[in-house]
Design a protein around this ligand. Sequence first.
Ligand code: RET
Length: 280
Amino acid sequence: PTATQTAVPTSLPTVVPNPIEHQFVGDEGKKTLWVVFVLMVIASAAFAALSWRVPVQRRLYHVITTLITITAAISYFAMATGHGVSVNKITIRHQNDHTPDTFTEVHRQVFWARYVDWTLTTPLLLLDLSLLAGLNGAHILMAIAADVIMILTGLFAAFGSEGTPQKWGWYTIACIAYLVVIWHLAVNGRAQAQAKSQKVASFFLAIAGFTLVIWTAYPIVWGIADGSRNLSVDGEIIAYAVLDVLAKPIFGIWLLLTHANIPETNIDLGGFWAHGLGGE
Ligand code: RET
């Protein structure tokens, strides 16, 4: 009996891997990260120096604002040295008319250290603005909660997969949370500032308006860079660098210098802040 012959293929089918497009940081981006790190350190030192010129009772805005730039400096040090970054892998489908669809893999770096920074610093920036306006505790808490939701859902969006509702769903949730933040500051904050004094009201209007414009640029940059990848990783780093310098050191110096000239912005913190607990 003859053994059943099975056809042995003369050549195995070859699997062609999808082409990979790497979107990684370059020299320009690295340099920018280091420059912003240095600027944040200088700003932190300057804010600390400003705080030493006033008694402890008057240092609340100084402490909050210095913590903001210190946090940013740490985050920028991480990013400049290659920490706090992951690679997001996306498969892009190309629909072809007469041949089978083809795919490209995009490997893009996402600096998640930013989101750690923003989770800590945007609540502190909101606290600065809320205290300035004289917002009540309930509204401050809700504004900060909405802000943290905005940043964390933004982080999920950055790593979400495409072709499903996931990525842009997270982005939408983040934008709704951002509207809640704006509502608290623009409506409640403005009304409270008005009740304090005309000087406080006009300063709040100016610095909160500045904040609104700068903050609104973040989701726009995100959409162009992380969302649709129409901006290189270096371009994204530079765009966020400009915004971060405006939102933190420039905002901070403006707040601290103006605060010094408007006594109504002072806040009575009670004995604990200046003297600690216990005793008479
Ligand atoms: C994301 C993406 C998701 C949608 C929205 C966003 C908003 C981010 C904002 C960031 C502000 C950062 C600041 C940093 C300080 O230097 C997370 C980009 C709405 C408003 C002020």
